[in-house]
Write a protein that binds this ligand. Structure first.
Ligand code: DGL
Length: 267
């Protein structure tokens, strides 16, 4: 048993969609979420910069004594291996493998269309994780993150943007059978994506499969906590805590008390 918290980080609020799945799968655990809101977005930055930011975020969580780190950011997952090496024996888990597994479970042969940030598309992270088992199409959707962070999860502007990114993907031949939301911000846009994509396509993200992977890791390493009542989550941000509390609930699905959000400096 280990009562230490689980650390989660993302560039902004997107990782809260993963934390939401984690809190419901693991009610005895405490979570510390770090959103690097001062430096969002990561998706348009170079791999070198994202690596540096990811390392600083992970170190900040490690300093707070977490027992496991979840990189709840597809873009930052490019640094997952280095993070694991430099923070060992602290386990570090990313969302790419669980996301790929979720898509393959629905359509083992594909085609799987990955919607992701420019960084994740450039890295070819999902194509690598899927490893030739299914046909993979990729589409960068750079405007999804600002829309989501703005809380603009529906309405005309959002629909236009979603249409603009989805149309080239949907018109491919053979047409995709699954849309994989390869950025943790995108699940809040799921309804609009569903409307534009139509009812036939499967739409998956990495939240549930990441929660399953974390649950398994805690079991194998005997790191589970055994609280009777859930511990209040903590939130750390690098900018605008009040904004994070206000809009973050769209991602987290629960009210975030502004008093629980602490401003920190990662530099
Ligand atoms: N939520 C992040 C991801 O999963 C990154 C979004 C961004 O900062 O561009 O890729």
């Amino acid at each position: 048993m280990n009562q230490a918290a689980i650390g989660i980080f993302d560039s902004g609020m997107g990782g809260l969609t993963v934390m939401r799945a984690l809190t419901s799968a693991l009610p005895s655990e405490q979570f510390i979420y770090l959103g690097d809101t001062a430096r969002l977005p990561y998706g348009t930055k170079s791999a070198t910069t994202v690596r540096r930011y990811a390392m600083q975020a992970a170190q900040a969580l490690a300093l707070r004594g977490v027992k496991l780190i979840v990189v709840a950011c597809n873009t930052a997952s490019l640094a997952a291996r280095e993070l694991a090496a430099s923070l060992a024996p602290l386990p570090v888990l990313g969302v790419i493998e669980p996301g790929a597994a979720a898509a393959l479970a629905v359509t083992p042969q594909g085609p799987i269309a990955v919607l992701a940030t420019e960084g994740t598309v450039k890295e070819g992270a999902y194509a690598r994780a899927i490893g030739g088992r299914a046909t993979v199409l990729q589409q960068a959707c750079p405007l999804f993150v600002p829309l989501a962070e703005e809380g603009l999860i529906d309405g005309q502007i959002t629909e236009l943007v979603v249409r603009r990114y989805l149309e080239p993907v949907l018109s491919q031949s053979p047409a995709p059978r699954t849309l994989l939301l390869g950025c943790t911000h995108y699940p809040v846009l799921r309804e609009v994506i569903r409307r534009i994509a139509g009812p036939e396509l499967a739409i998956v993200d990495s939240a549930q499969t990441t929660a399953a992977a974390v649950t398994e890791l805690l079991r194998v390493r005997q790191l589970r906590a055994d609280r009777n009542a859930p511990a209040a989550p903590r939130f750390l941000v690098t900018d605008a805590p009040e904004r994070f509390a206000r809009i973050g609930q769209v991602f987290f699905g629960e009210v975030i008390d502004p008093d629980q959000v602490e401003l920190i400096d990662l530099q």
